[in-house]
Unconditional design. Structure first.
Length: 308
């Protein structure tokens, strides 16, 4: 194959080869990356590791489009660049661009999926020698200094929100108790235990096998989990994959939150109670995924069905 050598002023210290053959019409960078610019700016700075870029991007093989911004909810149009994982990867491609540029790059499919995306196996539409095409328009660039500044501001705002939630938790619990006309004094741990039916059966002790029904909700009233099918349907959280049966656990095995175990330790078979569990005895400052926000008390309605 005969290639003509060009010096690229827009990509310093990089030798480009304009080649015919399998990738006719594309240039080849020293990294081995093939590319073709449709639009190329003469001004501005190329992006660097640490910069955040906003892009319109599409990845495809000869017969399959598998990633596209605006179509795939998991694909953000904002990317913070890192050092290349290997020569000629996605980051290498983006670092050849400036704001306003649009280009098509040819990536090595096996390296893209196995090394860059770190998947275990190649998808069915890519084999060891397949090319992956990537169309990119670079819409904007935010330098690393601005990215770091924005990140610090977001962290500070998040910390302030968390602190406000921490400080307001006692007042939120008091409002919940007052609204429900629940009279209770917190235990030394901070747990509120409100017995609604006294049990006359065997007392729950450490090591007991306890079977119970429960409803777990936030103090806003939102049910987050329940063992009772009818409650799940009524509250709109019914999941056909969840088995709505009484829950059995071994008391003291720490498989549940601390406030749950403490509250149940006061109960007997046949008893019912409401446990208002502060975040310090539940899910703390981290919360629980998208179910329980940070510094959120959890209310459990418990009925002890059996104690062994």
């Amino acid at each position: 194959m005969r290639c003509k050598v060009f010096l690229a002023a827009v990509i310093p210290a990089t030798i480009l080869l304009s080649c015919s053959g399998d990738h006719a019409g594309f240039n080849k960078a020293a990294s081995g990356l093939y590319f073709r610019f449709a639009e190329q700016s003469d001004t501005g700075k190329p992006v660097m590791p640490g910069d955040q870029v906003t892009v319109s991007l599409r990845m495809y093989t000869k017969d399959t489009v598998f990633l596209e911004t605006g179509r795939d909810s998991l694909l953000s149009d904002q990317i913070i660049l890192e050092e290349p994982v290997y020569p000629g990867d996605v980051y290498d491609a983006l670092m050849m661009m400036k704001t306003g540029d649009s280009a098509t790059f040819i990536l090595r499919g096996n390296d893209l999926f196995l090394t860059f995306f770190r998947v275990q196996d190649l998808p069915p539409f890519v084999n060891d020698s397949a090319d992956v095409f990537m169309d990119v328009r670079l819409k904007s660039r935010l330098p690393q200094a601005e990215v770091d500044k924005n990140r610090a501001a977001m962290t500070e705002e998040s910390n302030q929100m968390l602190e406000a939630m921490r400080q307001s938790e006692p007042a939120r619990i008091a409002e919940f108790l007052a609204a429900g006309q629940l009279k209770a004094t917190p235990r030394p741990s901070g747990l509120y235990y409100i017995e609604t039916r006294h049990g006359h059966g065997k007392k729950v002790e450490n090591g007991s096998e306890v079977t119970l029904n429960y409803v777990a909700r936030l103090i806003t009233g939102k049910i987050i989990e329940t063992s009772i099918r009818e409650e799940a349907i009524k509250s709109g959280i019914f999941d056909s994959l969840f088995e709505y049966t009484p829950f059995t656990f071994i008391m003291g095995d720490k498989s549940t939150v601390a406030g749950w175990e403490e509250g149940i330790s006061y109960m007997r078979k046949g008893g019912k109670a409401v446990l208002v569990v502060p975040s310090s005895l539940a899910y703390g400052e981290e919360g629980l995924e998208d179910l329980v926000p940070p510094y959120s008390p959890v209310v459990y309605e418990i009925e002890i069905l059996d104690v062994k």
